[in-house]
Design a protein. Sequence first.
Length: 81
Amino acid sequence: MSVVRDTDKKQALLARLSRVEGQLRGVRKLIEEDADCEKIAQQLSAARKALDGSFYSMVACMIEEGDQPIENVTQMLTKYA
């Protein structure tokens, strides 16, 4: 099992996720306020891309730490990416 050990990378990942949380709260507010669907779709797309960026940042960290065989990383990418 691999974990994010680098404190700076962990903090950066947590900061990314906090921004995603904020984006999703904004989407909820748009929906509650009956905003235009295109505006909601735009914000959902931005949140999805931010979450994807978090995922790939975490995978890069796994590769950099080198404690997992590349086959495990490849399998995870195939399964979740």
